[in-house]
Design a protein around this ligand. Structure first.
Ligand code: 13P
Length: 388
């Protein structure tokens, strides 16, 4: 038979190679080699993701790039020096008892390799607090040629070796933030590029022992209503999961960082926490497999109180995933203002951080009431064309 002949001939070495390759009398079949991705770290990835997605806890995002950190420090009149960034981040990681509410902290590369002002490694302080250190691995946004003035996220070159080094340094999870703009389309090209980049990154991070946080941020920019955000979010998440699957990413070992489904920041109609929760949970149910352990929302410019109320509304009933927070602005705003760069305010600033972390912990459990909130915490923080 033709097929038998084909098989037979492909198993046999060429006559000229017989003396070197033929080790036994039976011909050896060709083995198609393929590596099982995430294999070496699968158990650890699942454990890491589960521990970050543990009841009543969420993520403190403190991975502002130096440029963005500079903007934050400028709001309290501080210069953007390494010493000032170190002082501020020392304050954050060493807030006593933070680990009760915070399970992971996303760091910028500088912080991962930095010591606190009293000489301890930042990662060690976090680990002692039972907080997993994570690392921002994307290299930021640049214009996407051929699109409608949209952007794409850089950082895949050299990512595997960077992830391996970050793991050595104590990081156990990673973050890659890309954005989708509703007013600029979004174009099919921009959505596909965002989804593909996230999936490649997620596969590489898992291969190197880091749980990838998958963050396609749908920007708040625009005057569109909540229905339009919902429609775009469905498209984006469908594509993200298509490419995650195509890249053999293990869903049990990832975390998601979506935007909540809200109207655009300039939309005259505002949504209540109940509406935000309804739309957002409907989106998640339609698009996110229950194998994914945790959904850790970004705050995206919402006020601290708004972000906490919205999260609380999403936890009024059981969900197939841990539904929690990974806020930067909505955890740090009052804390930063309270500190103001003055050593005598460190304790008060840490108390402000703990207050916010506890409020969000309660919201994760669906028990937040809004009690004791300050006027500062109700201030929105939306910035047009926000970069991180
Ligand atoms: P915000 O919560 O300030 O939107 O931060 C988003 C983010 O990606 C931080 O890691």
């Amino acid at each position: 038979m033709a097929s038998a002949a084909l098989l037979k001939s492909s198993f046999l070495p060429k006559r000229s190679e017989w003396h070197t390759t033929r080790k036994s009398s039976t011909p050896q079949p060709t083995v198609i080699a393929f590596s099982v991705r995430a294999g070496a770290y699968s158990d650890e990835l699942v454990k890491t993701a589960k521990s970050i997605a543990s009841p009543g806890r969420g993520i403190l995002a403190m991975d502002e790039s130096n440029a963005t950190c500079g903007k934050r420090l400028a709001t309290i009149g501080l210069e953007n020096t390494e010493a000032n960034r170190q002082a501020y981040r020392t304050l954050l990681v060493s807030a006593p008892g933070l680990g009760q509410y915070i399970s992971g902290a996303i760091l910028f590369e500088e912080t991962l390799y930095q010591s606190t002002t009293d000489g301890k490694k930042m990662v060690d302080v976090l680990t002692q607090q039972n907080i997993m250190p994570g690392i921002k691995v994307d290299k930021g946004l640049v214009p996407l040629t051929g699109s409608n003035d949209e952007s794409w996220c850089q950082g895949l070159d050299g990512l595997a070796s960077r992830c391996a080094a970050y793991y050595q340094q104590g990081a156990r999870f990673a973050k890659w933030r890309t954005v989708v703009s509703i007013p600029n389309g979004p174009s099919a090209l921009a959505v596909k590029e965002a989804a593909w980049g996230l999936a490649r990154y997620a596969a590489i991070a898992q291969d190197n022992g880091l749980v990838p946080i998958v963050e396609p941020e749908i920007l708040l920019d625009g005057d569109h209503g909540i229905e339009r955000t919902f429609e775009v979010a469905q498209k984006v998440w469908a594509e993200v999961f298509f490419y995650l699957a195509e890249n053999n990413v293990m869903f049990e070992g990832i975390l998601l960082k979506p935007s909540m489904v809200t109207p655009g920041a300039e939309c005259p109609e505002k949504a209540t926490p109940k509406q935000v929760a309804e739309y957002t949970l409907k989106l998640l149910h339609r698009r996110i497999p229950p194998a994914v352990p945790g959904i850790m929302f970004l705050s995206g410019g919402q006020s601290e109180v708004e972000a906490t109320f919205n999260l609380n509304a999403m936890n009024q009933g059981p969900n197939p995933w841990h539904v929690s927070f990974s806020y930067a602005r909505a955890l740090q705003n009052t804390c930063l203002k309270t500190w103001g760069g003055r050593p005598e305010n460190v304790k008060a600033a840490q108390d402000a951080l703990l207050f916010r972390a506890k409020a969000n912990s309660l919201a994760q459990l669906g028990k937040y009431t809004g009690e004791g909130e300050s006027a500062e915490a109700t201030k929105g923080m939306f910035v047009k064309g926000y970069t991180y």
